[in-house]
Every structure is written in C-alpha cells, then in structure tokens.
Ligand binder design. Sequence first.
Ligand SMILES: [Zn+2]
Length: 301
Amino acid sequence: MPMSTMPFVYEETVTYRQVTDCSPLIRRVVADNASAFTYHGTGTYIIGRGEVAVVDAGPADPKHIDAILKALDGETVTHQLVTHTHMDHSPGAALLKQATGAQTWAFGPHGSGRPEPGIVVEEGADHDFAPDHEIRHGDVIEGAGWSAEAVFTPGHTSNHICFCLREENALFSGDHVMGWSTTVVSPPDGDMAAYMKSLHLLLSRDDRVYYPTHGPAITDPETHVRALIDHRRARETQIMAQIDAGTRTIADMVEVMYADVHPRLHPAARRSVLAHLIHMTEAGRVVTDGPPEETSVYRLP
Ligand SMILES: [Zn+2]
C-alpha cells in the first residue's frame, strides 16, 4: 500500500525468482519479500553479460541468492554495487560474496553519510554491512562492457547512492526514487533537506530511464521527479495549515493527513512528518521548544 496517492503509480505483475530482461545490458530478479514498504519485493539488477555486476543483492534470503545464481548460469559476478544499508537491500551481499567472491562497492556503513558519522540505531537498518570499496559522487566503476557512475543521493538514508549505467544512460535509483510510491524519509538517518537536494540533483541530469529497487522502470524521469518535489511541498503546506488550525502534535496531524492510509503505516507516516518538521524548524518556518521530536508541540513563529 503506497504512503500517498500519487498520479504516477504504475501497476506491474511480478514473477518471483525469475529473471526478466529489462534492456540489452540489464536484467532483474525480484525477491519474494513483498510488504507495505517493498511493494512486490526487492528488485535485484544484473548489469552486463558474461562478466556481470549485481546491484543490491537484497535481503539475506538464500532462496533469492540462489535465484540470482540460477539466472547467471555460467556467468561470473565480478562486482556488487550497493545503493544503501536497509535490510531489504544490503544483507544479501554477504551471501552472494560467499558464493561468488564478488566484492562490494558502496558509500560506506549505515550512518556514514551523516555530518557526524556514527552508529544510528534504527529498525530496518543493516549495521553489519561494510563495503570492500568506499565510493564517492562521480566515481566510475568499470567492468566488462559496462561502466557505472556513482551519483550520491542522501536523504532516504545518509549513505544512499544511485548508479548510472553510462552505456544506456540508465539510473539505478535504489529507494531514492521508487516506481510505485514516495520514499520513506525517517530521521535521524533520513534527512528531508538532503532528500530534496538529491531530487534536484537528479533534475540536473539527463538520465533516460530509472530502474528503482521497488516497482517498474520509470520512463519519464523528469516528470516523475518534479511530481515528487511538488508532493513534498504540498505536504509542507498541509503541515503549516494544520498548525495554523491548532493541530500541533505529529500524532494528531497524521490522523488527518493520512486518514486514507492504513493505520499500520501511521508510525512510518509520523517519522515522515517529523522529517518535514525538522526541515521546517531549521528553515525557521515552524518553532518548538527544544530539538524537534516526534512528541514535540509545534507552532508558527
Ligand atoms: Zn531503503
């Protein structure tokens, strides 16, 4: 179930643990871990032919790793690219490395993109992952017949990186831009200001197509990203209106703003509203006593 009603939610049918051809250089295998946050499940991408890279081996699910290996019957995995450290993305990398020896390229461990890096204890985060190769914005990783440029896109997590397959002008957008819903931005590692900046960064690029981890390919990237920016701006306007009308706590705001979303998603929605309020407090548009928290009382300045 999406966190919001978006104009561009695409439907797709998925066959689990089967390989699908996406383009001449890109294949996808979807893990059987569908949930309210993963849509149909984690889409693991395979780049290249013969000697390949794997993008986000996914959850630590041996059956999913087997499905990837089966898809690669006779081919060699030379690289693993990891977009970020959430449990549905990075833990499978260790299993795939055991099976193939393929090393990992990523920004760094969970929380490493924060201004003061440190362990950020969060549900859903993979604290065991540490890449073999730490990469930065603009770095290019080269394999047999393919090359991937790192596009640093913090916000969803502080260490989120997208990868652009330069031969096809195709961006693996991870969870930064998804094909079925808006992403979750949950503090403290999630950062709304960084997320908005990372959306604008994508607008300055000319990628032809996005392959997100969750949901189908996005073939109209610019329209899609602009809609995501508008959606977040609309949320901020909504929050301002709520405070103005006397609704001053996050729990109360979510009851109204997410009335059409299942209550089991309300805890995530509260984190998202908190992310907005941290951003709005920093900008001076909203004030509260002390640091902005989920339990704080907010008012207009
Ligand atoms: Zn994620």
